[in-house]
Design a protein around this ligand. Structure first.
Ligand code: OXT
Ligand code: ADP
Ligand code: MG
Length: 581
């Protein structure tokens, strides 16, 4: 071809290129998230995702920027639990990714849907281990710790990659998903029209799973045969958002129900059938137990042993995960399906002539419950300084009674175990705590996401040790002006503040600086700090915080000798009988 003709052809191609609208990885990820209604990102910026965060914010996605990825990850996890949509956490490569990974593993353990999206270094260099910036084979590391893990290498695969991640997170038993996005992907350019076509809007991400009619009949036959039936509600039942159907089932059956910690409030703790205050009695003496969205793990002593007593028992279990059946003991009537469908099917099959629950059993449970409640009542009235746990919790119990819409976050040992028993919950999904792992550090991440996702006031009741795991996020709470009131039960340490080291001047491993003023931390960032020494002061300060909606931290001074080792689970903490001099 003559030179002139070649030149002309190039110019035409370049002009066409210039006219062709382009997109890139940055835009496609944002478009894919928005297309699927994922409008909030919890994360920490840095290489290679700094610009992505800015662009996502400019595109209308709410980007909540944290001080540490673990807290951002916890926020995403609880957002998933509260909304049934995967919470999104965004981290930088290697160290940021690893910081987020604990939260991803915790979400998976608790069956919360979330997606950890992490930038990563270049495959060519990582795979040859040539020492890239923040080099790490993140996909391989994430795999055993989550439900599914995917990597996207081509911009054209972003749509399908996110679709796979969403489905994996929310369908069946929900859990954590890892999505690996190497740095180069973000700036990969492609034709905008083809890019739009490559996006996927996930249809029916968590399809209903209908139980088999034979399984429903079997379950009702077992239930009908019971003389001392019990229903246990777990956080899977709260997650399912089948609140009306669950309430109808419980009330139609007339059977006492025991809520696991995060299922408190699914029906009010003050409901006449609630057996929360008669826990050991109902576990020991029941003869048929129907589990709804709860596992027979350590929190239920694996379904056997002293906790469950001598009397033979039959279990009915409703769960979406077939492998959960017979995990610890024999399940006489497994009902596999989603809780909404299962409970509706049970209700329908019960018909209009379902027999009343055995009256002697119902009366016995009720008597035990009233006895325990009466025993606890005087402890909650104590207005002493320094406070003990019950006195302080008595005040908070009243706050929650007066403000049933508030969300309660709770972690610690004594602070957790006693608050669980003392503070009645009235509405579903209002109590968020340490969950299946008993993990410290969920506090501020959960508090932030609860405020963002629900718009409701949040009360975080924290042991002083527990708070320390995520405490820096009080700056985040102030920065986003969130209606979060943090109450720190400050007993100078882990379980107690009284341990002494008898051999050197180092403090004992369980104690902290005595008389610390955590309230000053909140003041440092423009929030309100209060030091409360009596239950009355505590109540006044929490009420003021909830009324104003201002970020507040109350340092509640608790008697350092008041707690017990490991709270209510001291039996799990081995103690040596040999002490060498
Ligand atoms: O029926 P009975 O007679 O038995 O009575 C029961 C109920 O019927 C009755 N009850 C009531 N009575 C009257 N009225 C009402 N309304 C009422 N409601 C109930 O009360 C009793 C008890 O009821 P409950 O609680 O339902 O029953 P029980 O037997 O306790 O239930 C058993 C369990 C196992 C289900 C329950 O105990 C439970 O859910 N436990 C969860 C425990 C847990 O997860 N703990 C957290 C972990 S502890 C430890 O690991 C800590 N660490 C280590 C660490 C962790 N975890 N994570 C990481 C990342 N690193 C390290 C640390 C560092 S805790 C901790 C910090 C601790 O220090 P803090 O300063 O934070 O906290 P403080 O202790 O306050 O100092
Ligand atoms: P808890 O700690 O309150 O006892 P667990 O986390 O042990 O609760 O158990 C929750 C259970 O609920 C898990 O086995 C999970 O598979 C199940 N689950 C979660 N969501 C659903 C759902 N929508 N339908 C049925 N089962 C569900
Ligand atoms: Mg403490």
């Amino acid at each position: 071809m003559a030179d002139a003709a070649v030149k002309e052809k190039h110019e035409t191609t370049n002009a066409a290129e210039a006219e062709r609208e382009l997109t890139d990885g940055f835009h496609l990820i944002i478009d894919a998230l928005k297309l699927n209604g994922l409008n909030t990102i919890y994360g920490v910026p840095g290489i290679p995702i700094t610009d992505f965060g800015r662009m996502a914010q400019a595109a209308g996605i709410r980007v909540i920027s944290f001080r540490h990825e673990q807290n951002a990850g916890n926020a995403a996890a609880i957002a998933g639990y509260l909304t049934k949509q995967p919470g999104i956490c965004l981290t930088v490569s290697a160290p940021g990714f690893l910081n987020g990974l604990t939260a991803l593993a915790n979400a998976t353990t608790n069956c919360f849907p979330m997606i950890l999206i992490s930038g990563s270094s270049e495959r060519e260099i990582v795979d040859l281990q040539q020492g890239d910036y923040e080099e790490m084979d993140q996909l391989a590391i994430a795999k055993p710790l989550c439900k599914a893990a995917f990597r996207v290498l081509h911009a054209a695969d972003i749509g399908i990659g996110l679709a796979r991640a969403i489905r994996a997170a929310v369908s069946g038993r929900p859990g954590g998903v890892y999505l690996d996005l190497p740095a180069k992907l973000f700036s990969q350019v492609m034709d905008a029209e083809a890019g739009q076509k490559s996006l996927v809007k996930v249809v029916d991400a968590a399809p209903a799973q209908i139980p088999a009619p034979t399984a429903v009949k079997r379950a009702l036959d077992v239930l009908k045969s019971a003389k001392r039936p019990l229903i246990i509600l777990g956080k899977g039942a709260a997650y399912a958002q089948a609140d009306d159907a669950i309430r109808a089932l419980v009330e139609k059956s007339g059977i006492p129900f025991l809520p696991m910690s995060m299922a408190k409030g699914l029906l009010p703790d003050t409901h006449p059938q609630c057996a929360g205050a008669a826990r050991s009695t109902v576990l020991k003496e029941s003869d048929v137990v129907m589990m709804i969205g709860a596992r027979l793990n350590w929190l239920l002593s694996h379904g056997k042993g002293k906790t469950w007593g001598e009397a033979p028992k039959k279990f009915i279990q409703i769960d979406i995960e077939p492998k959960e059946m017979d995990s610890n003991i024999e399940i006489a009537a497994p009902v596999v399906g989603d809780i909404g469908s299962c409970v509706s099917a049970l209700l329908e099959a019960m018909g209009n002539k379902w027999p009343a629950a055995p009256a002697d059993w119902v009366a016995a449970v009720s008597a035990k419950r009233e006895e325990n409640i009466a025993k606890m009542a005087p402890k909650l009235m104590k207005n002493s300084a320094p406070m003990d746990y019950h006195g302080a919790l008595g005040a908070l119990r009243t706050v929650v009674k007066e403000r049933p819409d508030a969300i309660l976050i709770n972690e610690g040992a004594n602070t957790l175990d006693l608050a669980r028993g003392v503070i009645d919950m009235y509405k579903p999904r209002k109590r968020l705590d340490v969950g299946t792992w008993g993990v410290m550090g969920i506090g501020m991440g959960y508090a932030i996401a609860a405020a963002i996702e629900t718009g409701k006031p949040v009360l975080a009741v924290e042991g002083d040790s527990a708070f320390g795991f995520s405490g820096m996020e009080v700056e985040t709470i102030c920065r986003y002006k969130l209606p979060v009131c943090v109450v720190i039960f400050n007993n100078d340490g882990i379980y107690r503040g009284t341990d002494v080291n008898s051999v050197s001047s180092d403090p004992a491993p369980t104690v902290f600086v005595k008389g610390s003023r955590y309230d000053k931390m909140m003041e440092a960032f423009g929030g309100v700090g209060v030091n409360a020494t009596t239950p009355d002061e505590l109540k006044r300060a929490v009420d003021a915080a909830m009324d104003s909606g201002k970020p507040t931290l109350i340092n509640a001074v608790i008697d350092p000798a008041a707690g017990s080792e490991s709270g209510r689970i001291g039996n799990l903490n081995p103690q040596s009988k040999i002490r060498k001099k």
